[in-house]
Design a protein around this ligand. Structure first.
Ligand code: ATP
Ligand code: MG
Length: 263
């Protein structure tokens, strides 16, 4: 992670202006594939689903991915969940309890805005539980994700990385713009003190939970437009790998046409 270039745009050699046109085109493709996933569940009982897991420091742009990438598809087929500080009730349960309750139903795209990974990130950095408790979580997470994949959920795990300097710019932008004050959290400034420990925790997460069945994608997130394009492509690739096609009619199309025309 120390060598990771957060301003890079791997796989894309154009700039922001070129990205806009491509984004529109690829968003349309993503929307089509999502509709196909949904249609196959509705019409043919296909039980498969996709789960997008978004992790990243404050102001990394998770919200922008949700708004612009997920926002391009039909909300009917999306199950969005943001995971903030656990409630009393959630804390009384195993850390995966609230996660299981938010999993996407068949035919849907689930979106986790933060996730079970907070339980090995902020929890580790702030010692919210002792190491004996968070340490085994990496293996528990791997086993949990194996179970999800075996049950037909494709995981798309995206870790968004911005530089400390870029984060400062983003937070300043929120202060400078009254329409963005609602996004500003004074606690985010305190969290900046813990940046090296977060880097360490992210590194451990990548090393220990990137599996062949549920790999992590490290997303350079300094350039917002690039992140959107990249996550759109990751979702398209995940959906295309399902080999979907439009479900055939389970009725006689010609007979129905005749019947309809006589009404
Ligand atoms: P975000 O920072 O994601 O853009 P937000 O600040 O509006 O959104 P909040 O509802 O305040 O969202 O929740 C986010 C905070 O909750 C983060 O600081 C995150 O680290 C913390 N959090 C999430 N899951 C856990 C967890 N399992 N244990 C402790 N803290 C958690
Ligand atoms: Mg926050």
């Amino acid at each position: 992670m120390a060598d990771f270039d957060t301003a890079a745009t791997p796989g894309f050699d154009g700039g922001k202006a070129d990205a806009a046109e491509l984004q529109a085109e690829r968003s349309a493709r993503l929307a089509e594939l999502q509709e196909m996933l949904y249609a196959n569940w509705k019409a043919a009982g296909d039980h498969r689903s996709v789960l997008l897991v978004l992790q990243g420091m404050d102001a990394a742009g998770k919200g922008g991915i949700v708004k612009h990438v997920v926002g391009a598809v039909n909300p009917m087929g999306v199950r969005y969940t943001a995971f903030g500080r656990p409630t009393e009730e959630e804390l009384a349960h195993h850390f995966l309890w609230r996660i299981r309750r938010a999993l996407p139903p068949a035919g849907h795209i689930g979106v986790f805005d933060r996730s079970h990974y907070e339980d090995v990130l902020i929890v580790r950095v702030h010692n919210l539980v002792p190491p004996e408790v968070w340490e085994p979580r990496y293996d528990e997470i791997n086993a949990f994700e194996r179970e999800l994949v075996d049950a037909g959920t494709t995981l798309v795990k995206v870790a968004m990385f911005i530089s400390l300097g870029r984060q400062k710019e983003q937070l300043l932008e929120r202060l400078d713009d009254p329409t963005k004050h609602w996004k500003y959290n004074p606690g985010d400034v305190d969290e900046r003190q813990h940046w090296p420990r977060y880097q360490e925790a992210y590194q451990a997460m990548l090393e220990r939970t990137s599996t062949e069945y549920a790999p992590w994608h490290m997303l350079p997130a300094d350039r917002r437009w690039y992140g959107r394009l990249a996550v759109t492509e990751l979702l398209i690739a995940a959906l295309e790998a399902l080999g979907l096609s439009w479900p055939p009619a389970d009725f006689d199309v010609e007979a129905e046409r005749k019947r309809l025309l006589t009404t």
